[in-house]
Write a protein that binds this ligand. Structure first.
Ligand SMILES: [Zn+2]
Length: 391
């Protein structure tokens, strides 16, 4: 039992001076601290002065890769575009080559190192996509590694064979492969399918085939939508019952209306927006339409080399206009909804026993919003995943 917690973000609100009892992997009770009695069989942890958070949820990452993209970074700073580098066989393809040359042990170690840094910051649930394989065995290998490497925290895997068309491949043949044997090889290791529908990647018609095939295979639907160019994929994915559409810098009113109608979550990725110097998504319109807003890192070596979800929460406020409360919900409860995980990203009676405790920055008040005000680098004092102390 965590006693005397100064403030707790429940996923939707702040409560003060509470005790949280974790038992049998779940949150058993949240009580006013003065009424709390620690059961004899439970350990007591003093939360005086600390801020409690549900385990954070990073609902969009590409965290399994090998190799460097420093060259792309320098070229983009020199004025070249992300899509132009991709179309020239660089970008994602550079990472595909390096990832293909890395052994399973190397990829596992790299992924675990990234997961560990996330867990240090209280991130208890991480979504990770394939997409640096782009061949049947290479894609399923990445998903198998992700499933096997998960240890300290919950890992949700997404099949993204439709990340880019491999150089030299016939695009129709590649889409056939993604929808057929690649999907069959990957579906047992994934809970969702995703597609990068954009300039330099897949067309709207191809995205429709791919998402429908994934849905027919029992996978949840997600989409990289309206990032570099408008394609209309947000409206398409929403109508297919997508859990989320992600990026949305260039979404139109019809896309927003479809997402609102079908309950699709908007996943905002301010790291990618900043690195690619894109305009902000129309957050005021999404909010007015009632589309729930999640925030994620999009952690990858090319367009978003940002692994710190707290940094992205702050950037979502500064560059996209979220309130601190929206950002806190965006990295907890709403992010869990974007993964279809009930009882995750919240601290309420019966929810999963994920809890992270943070010291406020020196001299600051114990209010969860200060963790958004001060940008990034917040290391948790203690973390529980599924009721087990892991930090
Ligand atoms: Zn992405």
């Amino acid at each position: 039992m965590v006693r005397s917690l100064s403030a707790l973000w429940t996923g939707s609100a702040v409560v003060r001076d509470v005790a949280v009892l974790l038992r049998a992997g779940r949150v058993e009770a949240i009580t006013p601290d003065r009424e709390a009695k620690c059961p004899n069989d439970a350990e007591e942890f003093d939360g005086t002065g600390l801020i409690g958070m549900p385990g954070l949820v990073d609902c969009h990452t590409h965290a399994i890769w090998a190799g460097t993209r420093l060259g792309d970074f320098v070229r983009r700073l020199g004025g070249e575009s992300y899509a132009g580098i991709l179309e020239g066989g660089g970008g994602i393809h550079t990472t595909v080559r390096a990832t293909g040359e890395a052994s399973e042990a190397e990829l596992t170690a790299l992924f675990r190192a990234r997961l560990g840094a996330m867990l240090d910051r209280g991130v208890c649930t991480v979504e990770v996509k394939s997409g640096y394989g782009l061949a049947i065995e290479a894609e399923s290998r990445l998903l198998r590694i992700a499933v096997a490497a998960a240890g300290g925290q919950r890992v949700q895997t997404t099949f993204l064979g439709a990340h880019a068309i491999p150089p030299g491949r016939d695009r129709n043949a590649y889409v056939d492969e993604v929808c057929g044997p690649m999907l069959a090889a990957c579906a047992p290791f994934a809970s969702a399918i995703d597609v990068y529908c954009d300039r330099g990647a897949f067309t709207l018609a191809e995205a429709e085939r791919i998402l429908k095939a994934g849905k027919a295979a029992g996978l949840a639907v997600k989409a990289h939508a309206e990032q570099v160019e408008f394609t209309g994929v947000a409206a398409l994915a929403a109508r297919l019952g997508a859990l989320s559409c992600d990026h949305l810098e260039r979404i139109d009113d019809a896309g927003i209306a479809a997402m609102a109608e079908f309950g699709t979550i908007a996943v905002l990725l301010p790291g990618a927006m900043l690195y690619l110097r894109d305009p902000a998504p129309p957050v005021a319109k999404l909010r007015a339409a009632g589309v729930p807003l999640a925030v994620a890192t999009d952690f990858n070596p090319g367009s978003s080399p940002v692994g710190d979800l707290w940094t992205c929460a702050t950037l979502a406020c500064l560059t996209m206009g979220l309130t601190p409360e929206e950002a806190l919900a965006g990295i907890t409860s709403v992010a869990a909804r974007a993964l279809g995980l009930p009882g995750v990203g919240v601290v309420e009676t019966g929810s999963v026993g994920d809890l992270a405790l943070f010291q406020p920055p020196p001299g600051e008040i114990a209010d969860p919003r200060v963790l958004v005000q001060y940008m990034g680098g917040h290391l948790a004092k203690a973390v529980w995943v599924g009721g087990e102390r892991v930090r």
